[in-house]
Ligand binder design. Structure first.
Ligand code: DX5
Ligand code: ZN
Length: 215
């Protein structure tokens, strides 16, 4: 069964309490929290302050996806805000290994996010040090985009790399996940499904989460 991580980027920010209550009552496993700086990606979302509110609103895992430059400067703030998993983009980290060590030393799970154009082979030499790969299946910056089909090939390659090394790294797929394509994504080897638009624009978000969970 996949881990379901709804992205709060698509929540109703005028009534976050209601959306948190819905998620807490649902079969969702994680809160996926998208942090954007307007530099690494062409959009600005929210920072540690909002993460700390989500932390208070749930006992579920807070999975923080940093789409920011120089993430090392902010790791401590996100730790203090209550992040359980902290993912940084490989494209934003010339010293990725150091970033991973920093995150682990703070007691968080370390994730590395890869953009659609980044080959998964570039993860070869850090795979043993991380807990999760956040594989972007859209270009990061916005919710509600279309799934890039080529990602399926990348999931299979990464699955093989992880299994060959006997590792337990989770493969998280982020962007354009729908009820229609989620089965294929899980069959390709994904462990975690992020879903923003699919969950929050649904007539019945809880039922939609339950359907994703059944895959
Ligand atoms: C994109 C974010 C995603 C996004 C997913 O930059 O990292 O987490 O919110 O949203 P959907 O599921 O709507 O594509
Ligand atoms: Zn994300």
């Amino acid at each position: 069964m996949p881990i379901i991580a709804p992205s709060l980027l698509s929540a109703n920010f005028l009534n976050l309490e209601a959306d948190c209550k819905m998620l807490n009552e649902s079969e969702a496993d994680w809160y996926h929290l998208d942090v954007m700086d307007g530099r690494f990606v062409p959009n600005i979302s929210f920072g540690p302050m909002l993460v700390s509110f989500f932390r208070k609103a749930t006992t579920k895992v807070c999975d923080v996806h940093l789409m920011i430059e120089e993430p090392g400067k902010f790791a401590e703030q996100f730790k203090n805000a209550g992040a359980d998993v902290l993912s940084v983009h490989i494209e934003a980290c010339p010293h990725l290994h150091r970033n991973i060590q920093q995150i682990k030393s703070m007691g968080m799970k370390a994730g590395v996010a890869v953009n659609p154009h980044t080959p998964v082979e570039t993860l070869q030499d850090v795979l043993a040090d991380i807990d999760l790969v956040c594989m972007m299946s859209v270009n990061p910056g916005f919710g509600g985009q279309k799934f890039i089909h080529h990602t399926l090939k990348k999931i299979k390659t990464l699955r093989q790399m992880i299994d060959e090394k006997g590792l337990k790294v989770l493969i998280e797929i982020d962007g354009g996940v729908t009820l229609e394509n989620a089965g294929t994504i899980v069959a390709a080897g994904a462990d975690v499904l992020v879903a923003g638009n699919t969950v929050f624009s649904a007539q019945d978000p809880k039922a939609t989460i339950a359907q994703l969970k059944k895959l």
